[in-house]
Design a protein around this ligand. Structure first.
Ligand code: CA
Ligand code: CA
Length: 330
């Protein structure tokens, strides 16, 4: 149904495999030396057959946590409802996509309700939390889709069962006083055997993907200092963090003014990174630049072990593909 883009596969091959630096070394008889050389050669051969790196080239392997972000395009509670009406088969395909994604924490956007989310995130596997914002329920017609009316678009998280987390109050300042702008859901995830990581699920104002001249830009620009305040407050604390979701902004293009505001290394942990690095988006051939991101603070960026975009093979399940990042637990 979907395939990993080549670059994602390469990233995985580069970073997913244990290094083979345990090649036997001994100070012993010539016969034993020969055996050990043979073993070393076999190890290298096996490594090259499976596409794994040679000795000493990979990062130190270890347990990881996978974070993902997915804008689920008007995910409704009921079949045939909202701006992207779906059937039972569509929900089943989305559930299968999420299972293939295999993420531990998924920041989602454009979800009507908890019940809607649980049609995709199996409640036996994931706990769903939704932003508490109600909104003004403007309703209204879907742009370009005759006869359909819009449902609530909410942010939230699905967290793998058994992964402890503390929920923080929703980040409402990012709404800049507008009840119809989305708030952020804020969690501290506490993986066993690792350091905690704070995660924020966001969905910024659409319509200002670059520059400053579009009609929507003043609204997006009101959200920018609010976001920076959150980033700087977290950067001053002792817990690494990630901001995940639909930024509706091409943060990765050179000299983006919003990215420059946030990625200012002030305080030092606000030296941020995009988990996608300089990779191009492959979800829709019309768009080379991502607008969905996993933004990592300086500490989380040093824990990054791999990034993937889960593109669709044929018909898309959403107008956005999920992106995921693996971080070492520390
Ligand atoms: Ca700053
Ligand atoms: Ca940076």
């Amino acid at each position: 149904m979907w395939s990993r883009p080549i670059s994602g596969v390469l990233a995985r091959l580069r970073t997913d495999t244990p290094s083979h630096d345990a090649i036997p070394v001994c100070s012993c008889s010539p016969e034993q030396m020969k055996t050990s050389a043979l073993l070393a050669a076999l190890t290298l051969l096996t490594a090259s057959c499976t596409g794994t790196p040679g000795p000493g080239t990979g990062p130190i392997p270890g347990p990881t946590i996978t974070l993902a972000a997915w804008n689920m395009e008007h995910l409704a509670e009921r079949n045939g409802s909202g701006c992207r009406p779906r059937t039972d088969a569509d929900y089943a395909a989305m559930r299968s996509y999420v299972n293939d994604l295999g993420a531990d924490v998924i920041a989602f956007q454009e979800v009507e309700s908890k019940a809607a989310a649980e049609r995709v995130f199996d409640p036996a596997i994931y706990t769903v939390v939704m932003e508490e914002r109600v909104g003004t329920d403007r309703g209204g017609f879907c742009r370009g889709r005759e006869g359909l009316t819009i449902n609530a678009q909410r942010t939230g998280f699905a967290i793998r069962k058994g992964l402890p987390f503390d929920r923080q109050p929703d980040f409402t300042a990012i709404q800049a006083g507008n009840p119809d702008l989305r708030s952020g859901v804020d969690l501290i995830v506490r993986p066993q055997g690792g350091e905690p990581i704070r995660v924020l699920s966001v969905h910024f104002k659409s319509g200002c993907s670059s520059g400053a001249s579009n009609e929507a830009c003043p609204v997006l620009f009101q959200q920018v200092p609010m976001m920076e305040r959150w980033i700087d407050a977290r950067a001053a604390e002792g817990v690494r963090f990630a901001v995940l979701g639909d930024f509706n902004r091409r943060l990765g293009i050179s000299n983006d003014s919003i990215w420059a505001e946030w990625d200012d290394a002030s305080p030092p942990n606000a030296d941020l990174a995009l988990a996608s690095g300089d990779q191009s988006a492959g979800c829709n051939p019309r768009y080379r630049d991502f607008i969905d991101f996993i933004v990592l603070d300086r500490r989380a960026a040093s824990d990054l072990r791999g990034f993937e975009e889960a593109t669709f093979e044929d018909e898309g399940l959403s107008d956005h593909c999920a992106v995921s990042a693996r971080l070492s637990l520390r």
